[in-house]
Every structure is written in C-alpha cells, then in structure tokens.
Design a protein around this ligand. Structure first.
Ligand code: IPE
Ligand code: IPE
Ligand code: MG
Length: 249
C-alpha cells in the first residue's frame, strides 16, 4: 500500500448475493451467508491498511419489500455477525456506528447493535459504519425536518441554512464524505445510498458479486482510486499542461 493515495472513507454497496447463490442453484440466503464472510475480510483489511472509515450498505429501506423469509434470514445473519464479531472488532480497535432507521429493526438486533456501539465507543481505529434500513432520500428529508423545527423554535433563521449547516444535520456528520464508493455485481447505480455525501466521491464498479469480492479486489479498487485526479470543480495544478490538443480527452 506504500506510495498509494489512500481513501480516508470507503463506502461499499455490497450487491449480488442473491444472484451469486442462484447461479449455484442455491437459495438466496446462501449468498447472504457467503457475503457475511466477505464483510469480515474487508473490515479486517480496511483496518489494517489504515482506512479511517468504512460504510457498508447492508439493508436499504426499500429492501423491506422483499419476501418475509429473506428479511428474517438477513437479520438472523446480522444477529450472528454481531454476536460473534463484536469482541473481535473491539480487540482490533474498531468503533461501530449505525446509520438508518434503527427503530424498524428487530428488537434482538437493536439490542446487540446498541451494546456493540457502547462496547466499542472508546476505540480510535477504523470506524465501521453499517447502513441498515437506510435511505439517502429519507436521511435528507429528516435533516430538512430537523432544520425546520430549529427555525420554528427560534434557534436558527433561514439565512443560517447552507451546505455546511445541512451536513451537520446528516447522520454521518462525524465522518468525512466517502472518497471512494465501491459497488459490486456489475450494477452501475447508487440505489439511494449516501446521496448527500457522495457529491464528489469517486465511483468504482466491480463485476464481481459480493461473495466473490476478496481482499485483493479491495486493493484493486484502492489502486484505481489512487491513480485518479480529483478536481472538485477546480483546475488540477499538478496535472501536466497540454499545450496542443494532440490527444483525445
Ligand atoms: C445485496 O445482495 C444484499 C442486500 C441487498 C441485502 P442482493 O440480495 O441484492 O443480491 P442480488 O442483487 O439480488 O443478486
Ligand atoms: C442496494 O442493493 C442495497 C444493498 C446492497 C443493501 P439492491 O439490490 O437493493 O439495489 P437495486 O434494487 O438493485 O437497485
Ligand atoms: Mg441487489
């Protein structure tokens, strides 16, 4: 990893578990089980490399529309992950964080999450941010509602509202915006993930389904990120100046 420009915050849309299983003529839950193993691997790798934050899209608000047995299977896997992994995360100095509508999650998962957050709250290593029952639009709408209430209460005036203030009302206000967003499974869309935060995030799409995404694939994504020129709307003063347009863009 030496010499690479490391993203501080990586976000991952872990997609393709169901198709991975179906291609093997197995039930979709088999893909989710295999996907959970990759979560362990990627969390460990991100911590070791020195990434500051890793946000994993584990369950979207829209995923509630899936069949009941898939949903209960997914939350069974989450329960198992938390029961077996929290101590390990703690030992590795990882701090657990959750975004999304936690109130909608099964009680048993909620309790484990709250306990996991408490247990790891003093850790200073990787922030493992898991998005559960998460919707980017809902997050923006909730922030707007809170800001409106603050204005109504007289704590803010409309002129105070700018992008910085808005960002401070987002559930990721304690994290830098993601530098790199990875999506697996060949789909090239955001699917309502971190809409506010990804304004200038570099996108990386992998054709691998999530259960096939290994540590070495994370490294490839980081290498790709490292070779990119981020301009944030400005002119890149470090890029070589081209005097004549001899090459295509
Ligand atoms: C991602 O895999 C996991 C969740 C959305 C919970 P999918 O379950 O979406 O797998 P595909 O996209 O149907 O293959
Ligand atoms: C996005 O994947 C959500 C997660 C990975 C948790 P989906 O499978 O739900 O997204 P779409 O339906 O393909 O856009
Ligand atoms: Mg999917």
């Amino acid at each position: 990893m030496q010499g690479l420009n490391l993203p501080q915050h990586i976000a991952i849309i872990m997609d393709g578990n169901g198709r991975w299983a179906q291609r093997r003529r197995k039930p979709r839950i088999f893909g989710h089980q295999e996907g959970a193993k990759r979560v362990r691997e990627v969390v460990e790798a991100a911590g070791e490399i020195g990434v500051k934050a890793l946000t994993l899209f584990a369950f979207s608000e829209e995923n509630w529309a899936r069949p009941e047995d898939e949903i209960s299977g997914l939350f069974g896997l989450l329960r198992h992950y938390l029961e077996t992994e929290i101590e390990n995360l703690h030992k590795k100095n990882v701090r657990l964080k959750i975004i999304g509508n936690v109130a909608r999650l099964p009680e048993s998962c909620r309790k484990l999450l709250i306990e996991g957050i408490r247990r790891t709250s003093g850790n200073s290593g990787l922030v493992l941010n898991i998005a559960l029952s998460y919707s980017g639009r809902t997050e923006i709408v909730d922030a707007a509602r809170q800001i409106a209430k603050s204005v109504q209460a007289g704590d803010l005036v409309p002129e105070d509202i700018d992008a910085n203030l808005f960002a401070s009302f987002m559930t990721t206000s304690d994290l830098p915006d993601p530098d790199l967003l990875i999506r697996t499974s060949g789909e090239q869309r955001i699917s309502n993930f971190l809409l506010w935060q990804c304004a200038y995030t570099e996108l990386y799409f992998s054709d691998l389904c999530w259960p096939d995404f290994r540590r070495s694939d994370l490294m490839l994504a980081i290498e790709s990120f490292s070779s990119r020129h981020r301009r944030f709307g400005k002119i890149d003063a470090t890029a070589p100046q081209i005097s004549m347009m001899t090459e295509p863009c």
